[in-house]
Design a protein around this ligand. Structure first.
Ligand SMILES: [Zn+2]
Ligand SMILES: [Zn+2]
Length: 544
């Protein structure tokens, strides 16, 4: 046994141990770890030791999502990743993966979408409780109404027919025997329930297009991809030798984020994550000129692009910024552009994949109040995920978040702005995800910028899905439309199953193509590109 058989190397907020007999073992799990291994051109290791304390300097060290995505989407089927953690951390992991791999369960969608209904003034505490139980058990779980909706979509029934049929079913089959719900005094209850059901069922159809497994099989799906081993009472865990299974490596966390590694009784090395927590590379500042109305590209890459920051942009209006998605380490990135965080108080959270939401959590842990613009469904998913990531209570998290609710077909004026408006709609992705148009309008002047969010834009696929009954016609037109009228269009070009391929945008008219800036870039720009790839740090002013 030589010293070379146990070598500790340090990365950004993680360390990894190279061993001859046990393979590579990673300590810590920060955002960006997948990119770092891509940069090093090394295969992503399969063993991860999670510290009992998962945050270092308010930075998340529990970001397992992209490791799991890598194993699911880039490795051969059946590849397994190992997580060595506390039993309660496994529970938290599973909750996070539930939100990020599959999205909210159907009953959670129904409950989020019923928020207004559940808060109607006429309801007392008991009514609310009864209504919640009714929604969860009778409404969300009813198979017959679900089949009815499927059939109506397959027959391409018109919007009024779909509503009429659903409402008839709700009145006759679901409500007629439920006196305690009918007598609550809610006005137009069947109509309201019909609208809620239709929104959620349509949503579910779209999520199913990308679904990895059935709702009831989520847990076993996770178990097939991630094998969990628990650090027991002595805070230690055993790792078997790769070839000689009788050989055992014992890893013990003897202080938070500090581990000793033993082979038999012999201590081989120590891994200390505290050393690397505060090391932060300082880049040369590149201050930008803030426009009155325009955009700054903070990052333009996808979660798998090794040489680019994750996609995030600031839309400037009236000299103030709305950050679309917040990447990890966002504070130092913004400082680097000479941007004062005070000028960017609003965040539009498109969805809860960690390449988009990681920084919201950092703001929260720094106890900086952020206005989060998003839909109720996405916000509640974010709350569940943040609770699982941080173990903080919902109440604590909500103290530092000012939720600005948006929904499709409802333009709002953004609080704190005089002449700036926000329109929201859902994009097409594996979990609930949003897109938006932000408009500045004063007198004769109107300028707008739109953002596709993470989305699968592919006309032929969308038409084929429509034929199979995945959308109502209204929704199909919605998915294909909405953002093309803007003066500047920021579009996903991540490719693969969940993102738009560069080629899918080429049929658009030259007038539209000239306005497009591609983000969520994966790999090199297309040679002879007809569309513009956004550049990190670039600012475009529509009104100076
Ligand atoms: Zn995504
Ligand atoms: Zn993404």
């Amino acid at each position: 046994m030589s010293n070379n058989d146990f070598r500790v190397r340090h990365g950004k907020l993680y360390s990894y141990l190279e061993t001859k007999d046990y393979g590579e073992i990673v300590f810590g799990c920060p955002p960006g770890i997948v990119k770092e291994f891509l940069r090093l051109k090394k295969p992503l290791p399969s063993k991860y030791i999670i510290s009992s304390e998962t945050f270092c300097d308010n930075l998340n060290n529990f970001d397992f999502e992209f490791i799991v995505y890598s194993y699911l989407f880039t490795r051969s089927p059946g590849s397994v990743v190992y997580a060595y953690c506390l039993p309660e951390q496994e529970k938290r992991f599973r909750s996070i993966l539930n939100e990020t791999l599959f999205g909210p369960r159907f009953d959670q969608l129904i409950e989020s979408q019923s928020n207004k209904l559940l808060n109607e003034k006429c309801l007392n505490t008991k009514d609310k409780k009864n209504l919640r139980i009714f929604l969860r058990q009778n409404f969300a779980k009813n198979k017959t109404i679900s089949l009815l909706f499927d059939n109506l979509l397959q027959e391409h029934s018109s919007q009024p027919i779909i509503s009429k049929e659903l409402q008839k079913f709700i009145e006759e089959k679901l409500l007629s025997k439920k006196k305690n719900i009918l007598n609550t005094g809610i006005k137009n209850l069947p109509q309201k329930l019909t609208k809620i059901y239709q929104q959620c069922a349509q949503f579910q159809k779209e999520l199913d297009l990308f679904s990895l497994t059935k709702e009831k099989d989520r847990n076993s799906f996770i178990s097939k991809t991630v094998k969990f081993y628990h650090l027991e009472k002595s805070n230690s865990v055993l790792i078997n030798g790769l070839e000689n299974k009788r050989k055992k490596l014992k890893i013990q966390e003897f202080e938070p984020r500090t581990f000793k590694v033993f082979e038999g009784k012999v201590e081989r090395c120590t891994v200390n994550l505290n050393h690397i927590a505060s090391k932060n590379k300082k880049n040369k500042p590149k201050p930008i000129q803030i426009p009155f109305f325009g955009v700054t590209f903070i990052g333009v890459g996808s979660g798998f692009s090794s040489n680019k920051e994750n996609s995030s942009v600031i839309i400037w209006s009236e000299g103030k910024g709305i950050l679309i998605d917040v990447v990890a380490n966002n504070n130092s990135i913004l400082l680097n552009y000479g941007i004062n965080k005070k000028d960017v108080n609003h965040v539009f959270l498109t969805h809860v994949h960690s390449d988009h939401d990681a920084g919201v959590l950092e703001n929260l842990l720094e106890k900086r109040k952020t206005s989060v613009i998003t839909s109720r469904v996405i916000y509640e998913s974010f709350l569940r995920k943040s609770q699982a990531l941080t173990s903080l209570s919902k109440k604590f998290i909500e103290k530092y978040v000012k939720f600005i609710e948006v929904e499709p077909y409802k333009k709002i004026k953004i609080p704190g702005f005089k002449n700036t408006f926000f329109e929201f709609d859902y994009s097409l992705h594996s979990i609930p995800s949003g897109r938006c148009t932000i408009t500045y309008k004063r007198g004769e002047t109107t300028k707008s910028i739109s953002h596709s969010g993470d989305t699968k834009y592919d006309i032929s696929k969308i038409n084929a899905w429509y034929k199979k009954g995945a959308f109502t016609q209204t929704r199909k037109n919605g998915v294909l439309g909405f953002i093309w009228d803007s003066d500047l269009i920021i579009h996903d070009a991540g490719g693969g199953n969940l993102h738009t391929n560069y080629e899918s945008l080429l049929h658009l008219s030259n007038k539209i193509k000239k306005k497009i800036f591609l983000v969520h870039q994966n790999g090199k720009p297309h040679p002879k590109s007809q569309l513009r790839y956004a550049i990190d740090g670039e600012t475009i002013a529509l009104i100076k």
